[in-house]
Design a protein around this ligand. Structure first.
Ligand SMILES: [Zn+2]
Length: 452
């Protein structure tokens, strides 16, 4: 007994003196003793401090424990970063400099790969067989440049070209998550579904959406067009994390494919939290917003109608729609899951998977951090999610708001239909009614003000 304690004391002293390798070596002899938990702890932390990422991942697989997951994830991220740095960002065979006076000359094509020369490097899209840049209308190429670069290149905002004539097909920028699946369910069955796929290593895991796509194909015969691209790297040149340059960059693959697919519209799975509520916190008359008065007009110039088929529905309503559909068991918004399993510890898991009755750990670090953030992200929905999961005790500072009746939150806001043009409006109305009730007047939505 004493010797076991003595050995622990010695190891701890080594560890505290940053002699990690030595501490770790001694711990390897303790794995089969009563010091097992102590030893695995020291080994995991030492490997982490030593930057031995691969051995760390291997060790946590051999000795799995919930609290080691975060170390393994960090290690994986470090490995990915190192690989990306080694591989670099791909470039075309024919290189030329960025040309701001002839914006469209920055687009080129090599085989099926479409290249964009931007001021800081190159982005690309892997297009379907038969795609031709030369057959793509200049208005589409200008619109794509604008949604990708306008935050940094103001010249991309002003373009005058002949208007493109609308095509025949509707499309949806589809992510496989709850909101965009609800949008799919409210749109006509022949709507083209297209997914933007990050084609570089990142923490986001594409296996969950792909298992959703597989189920959709199997059950309905509808296929999802996947377009690999690295355009989310563009904003990393401006000290921002990998992601979309602007909200509409999420659909840039469809803008670029609009002639190839003969599109007349692009739909988005944008919910009330991002339309009628400002940042999910406070009601606004969305039809008067700058956003609504700017972007649909721009898309119109490119012969595309800008459709928000679930602008009248909250995340809770979207969950309710998916839950009544044949995809209830496969839709998942978690971006950190694996195969068909969600992570259970992220914010998306809290407010999407939890209310669906799926197992989550609401005390996880990420969920607690978000719940205590001011202002609370997607506040109205978070309150509802706390209430419906009986988790009010996790956010005592929000209790006064949770006391309100929130039963209206999963119903649909009828005035939102006015943002959708016919003939889609009637279709969306009819399908909405088959899943949800309408909010009653006077609308409680108008009183939402959670800017705490
Ligand atoms: Zn998750």
């Amino acid at each position: 007994m004493v010797t076991s304690l003595m050995r622990r004391w010695k190891i701890r002293r080594l560890y505290n003196r940053k002699r990690w390798r030595h501490a770790r070596r001694l711990c390897e002899h303790e794995l089969e003793t009563q010091n097992h938990d102590f030893a695995t702890d020291i080994i995991v932390r030492s490997l982490y401090n030593e930057g031995l990422w691969k051995p760390l991942i291997d060790f946590t697989e051999q000795y799995p424990r919930a609290d080691y997951k975060i170390y393994a994830q960090k290690a994986q991220r470090k490995l990915n970063q190192a690989r990306e740095e080694a591989e670099g960002i791909p470039e075309p065979k024919n290189k030329k400099p960025w040309n701001v006076s002839d914006l469209l000359s920055n687009w080129t094509q090599e085989e099926n790969r479409l290249w964009l020369r931007h001021p800081w490097g190159w982005a690309h899209w892997d297009m379907p067989e038969g795609y031709l840049l030369n057959d793509t209308h200049p208005a589409l190429l200008h619109l794509a440049l604008e949604v990708l670069l306008f935050p940094w290149v103001p010249e991309t905002k002003h373009w005058v070209v002949e208007q493109r004539m609308p095509g025949a097909n509707n499309s949806l920028s589809y992510s496989g998550g709850v909101d965009s699946t609800a949008a799919m369910l409210l749109l006509p069955k022949d709507t083209i579904l297209a997914y933007h796929e990050r084609n570089f290593t990142s923490m986001l895991n594409h296996s969950l959406p792909h298992s959703t796509f597989e189920a959709i194909e199997k059950r309905t015969g509808r296929s999802i067009l996947c377009i690999p691209s690295n355009h989310e790297k563009i904003r990393t040149h401006h000290e921002l994390q990998t992601g979309f340059s602007s909200a509409n960059a999420a659909c840039v693959h469809l803008i670029l494919l609009a002639d190839h697919l003969d599109l007349c519209s692009i739909s988005f799975g944008t919910v009330i939290e991002n339309t009628w509520l400002e940042k999910g916190l406070k009601f606004r008359e969305f039809q008067n917003s700058y956003y609504w008065n700017h972007w649909p007009k721009k898309f119109e110039k490119a012969g595309l109608s800008y459709v928000l088929p679930i602008n009248h529905i909250s995340e809770a309503g979207a969950l309710k729609i998916c839950n009544q559909s044949v995809f209830a068991d496969v839709v998942n918004s978690c971006l950190r899951g694996n195969g068909d399993r969600w992570c259970g510890t992220c914010w998306k898991c809290f407010h999407k998977n939890g209310p669906l009755g799926r197992e989550i750990d609401a005390t996880s670090k990420e969920i607690s951090t978000y719940l205590n953030k001011k202002p609370l992200r997607t506040a109205q929905h978070a309150l509802w999610a706390l209430k419906i999961q009986n988790l009010e005790h996790l956010a005592p500072h929000l209790i006064e708001h949770i006391a309100d009746d929130l039963s209206w939150w999963d119903k649909a806001y009828e005035p939102g239909l006015n943002l959708i043009e016919e003939p889609l409006r009637s279709i969306v109305r009819e399908k909405t009614e088959s899943y949800l009730e309408w909010m009653a007047e006077p609308y409680a939505l108008l009183n939402v003000d959670l800017d705490m």
